[in-house]
Design a protein. Structure first.
Length: 633
């Protein structure tokens, strides 16, 4: 057992959040913590970290447990670079290194047993802590989470918010915690980085609890689900899809048990009513006592409304909704994608994916006319009425209340109809009079979608529409978009969402490439080109003596034959340098793979090969310099 919550209660300002939560985490558990926004998931993380205390109940952790928390806002030392910040996760190794350097200096004049034994002890600790591989391990995780080597010397003070969050995750994954608490770890990651993280966690032999609205990610990374609902915790074995199936089975069982118990109660109460003062008074009183002692089965609560996104009855557009011919997107001096040629027809749904900075939002703004194309043409069809959902939610006026904001797209609609519509987006009662500036991110997202949907556009251009939605709201939106009569163009990193609604995938990749695939995200995975990498074989190193031409240690006038021999050896060394550098690049790519980064033995083996190759290349360059000097002299 690593930690346990026993009957934990927590409230804020008289509002109960947790009402008797109990669960246990064991070593090796990979847990998905799920529940609606506001259910108390982040509160549980705060309780586990000790930043808050429970009103009632116990939070028990094993002695010496090291908990690592992925925080959404983290401060970095402004003097650090990306690289030094990542290496700071290994402070304990740095301390060992510092003491070893001190002892090495001391051993120059002190050969006492105590000093030698301490140095030997430190060497053992250094090896056990993977001291020879920690720098390569840090660089592997940096690459996997989207920090190319050219960015490693960037000061942390120059990083964007998303980059800072990714760097915080790098340090957390490298920190050697006994249990990781990951709060929305896929935020700010592109699809490639999310897939890297999935593979890393899949090979990770530690323990973690993850809060995520990314159902695809949960399916790939967890073996338990703990659902927080109505202040209680319910545990399930398996990933997210297994949880959905098992939860429905449990609810059906509870529903039947509740109905059976209610029938028994009604029958018993009728018997008591008829016989409490008759000949069977004793039996009636006994049954009344039995009802009083009976533990009542709770009625199954159907899922709270997640939003009714009615997208029907939009005006029919022409058959060709949008045509792209030779379209190049980007900015002056910075082309992001070229050669976009396709037609999107009425009723089709296009998903747009790609890495951070690949041009997804730029593509949307270009087809919407907000950014001029670098080349090519965008043509919209007849009777097209486009609605745009921005992930920045910049279409909302902060000083408006909710109902006034909706009235901007429907000024003549009666208040009663608008309040009924907003209830479908979880704005109940006085919620409709909240100021926009006081809404949470999820509430702003729902309001922005409400405005877009109420406007009855027949083409929806959506930029990350699920970013601010919890899982039930995402599912409701998916259901509505599946039934939508119009045309969709959607940028999203939510692969589950893309699987549900799109029938074509546009991939904006590196090197200004753009590829169009038929089908949803799963279909794309089956046919996408893979980055094939060579299988690593043991590197055969040559001893330094094998690199030195016989008799080449002298200078002076060279014979013609001698010069030709040295020139031939120089060409051979140049060829070997090229081959070794190719092997070094391949080995470096292998180190960045999450399956290797998560396997200490394999990681150490590959890192050792990498360092051997570096030594071989350095020796070859030294020999090349030496022979070149002889020839020049």
């Amino acid at each position: 057992m690593l930690l346990r919550l026993n009957d934990v209660y927590k409230s804020y300002g008289g509002t109960s959040v947790l009402s008797g939560v109990s669960f246990q985490v064991n070593r090796g558990d990979k847990i998905g913590l799920v529940g609606r926004n506001g259910a108390g998931k982040t509160t549980i993380f705060r309780l586990l970290c000790g930043s808050e205390t429970a009103d009632r109940g116990e939070v028990i952790t094993s002695r010496g447990l090291k908990i690592g928390l992925l925080e959404q806002h983290i401060e970095f030392d402004p003097t650090e670079t990306v690289h030094t910040s990542a290496l700071s996760a290994f402070a304990h190794i740095h301390d060992i290194e510092a003491e070893m350097r001190r002892l090495e200096y001391q051993m120059q004049h002190d050969h006492s047993t105590a000093v030698l034994e301490r140095y030997a002890e430190l060497q053992t600790l250094y090896e056990q802590a993977d001291g020879f591989a920690y720098a390569a391990r840090a660089e592997s995780v940096l690459l996997g989470l989207g920090f190319p080597s050219k960015s490693w010397q960037t000061p942390t003070s120059k990083l964007s918010g998303g980059q800072r969050n990714r760097l915080a995750m790098v340090r957390l994954l490298l920190g050697g915690s006994d249990i990781l608490l990951l709060d929305e770890p896929t935020n700010h990651l592109d699809v490639a980085a999310v897939e890297w993280l999935e593979e890393f966690l899949g090979n990770f032999d530690g323990t973690y609890i993850v809060i995520s609205h990314d159902r695809y990610f949960l399916d790939k990374t967890v073996n338990r689900i703990i659902e927080i609902e109505d202040g209680k915790a319910a545990g399930y074995r398996g990933n997210y899809s297994s949880f959905i199936e098992e939860r429905e089975i449990r609810r059906e069982q509870q529903r039947r048990a509740f109905e059976n118990q209610q029938a028994l109660i009604a029958k018993t109460e009728e018997f008591i009513r008829r016989n409490i003062e008759g000949q069977k008074t004793k039996q009636a009183k006994s049954r009344r006592n039995m009802l009083e002692r009976m533990e009542r089965i709770a009625q199954v609560n159907n899922d709270k409304p997640a939003g009714r996104f009615n997208l029907k009855n939009v005006e029919r557009s022409g058959h060709n909704v949008i045509t792209l011919e030779g379209l190049c997107i980007g900015y002056p001096g910075k082309q992001l994608a070229a050669g976009l040629d396709f037609v999107l027809h009425r009723g089709e749904a296009l998903g747009v994916i790609g890495g951070n900075g690949s041009g997804k939002t730029t593509f949307l703004k270009t087809i919407l006319g907000e950014i001029a194309p670098l080349a090519g043409e965008v043509r919209w069809g007849t009777k097209v009425d486009v609605g745009y959902y921005s992930q920045q939610l910049d279409d909302l006026y902060p000083e408006n209340d909710v109902i006034s904001e909706l009235r901007r797209v429907a000024p003549l609609t009666e208040a009663g109809e608008m309040r009924s519509f907003l209830a479908g987006f979880l704005f109940f009662g006085d919620d409709v009079f909240k100021k926009v500036k006081d809404l949470s991110g999820g509430e702003k997202g729902r309001l922005s979608l409400a405005k877009l949907i109420y406007s009855r556009k027949n083409v929806l251009v959506l930029d990350e529409p699920t970013n601010h939605l919890d899982i039930p709201a995402r599912e409701a939106l998916e259901s509505a978009l599946t039934e939508y009569d119009g045309t969709l163009i959607v940028v999203s990193h939510d692969r589950y969402f893309l699987d549900s609604i799109v029938d074509r995938i546009l991939v904006l990749g590196k090197d200004e490439k753009a590829e169009l695939y038929e089908g949803n995200y799963s279909d794309f995975l089956k046919v996408r080109p893979e980055n094939n990498q060579e299988v690593f074989s043991t590197v055969e190193l040559k001893e330094p003596s094998q690199l030195t031409p016989k008799g080449s240690g002298t200078t002076g006038t060279l014979s013609k034959n001698r010069r030709e021999m040295l020139q031939k050896q120089l060409a051979e060394i140049e060829s070997r340098i090229s081959e070794a550098e190719d092997r070094l690049a391949t080995t470096g790519a292998q180190i960045s793979q999450p399956s290797i980064a998560a396997d200490p033995d394999l990681f150490n083996q590959i890192t050792h090969e990498y360092r051997q190759l570096e030594a071989e290349i350095n020796a070859l360059y030294d020999e090349w310099d030496r022979i070149s000097s002889i020839l020049e002299s």
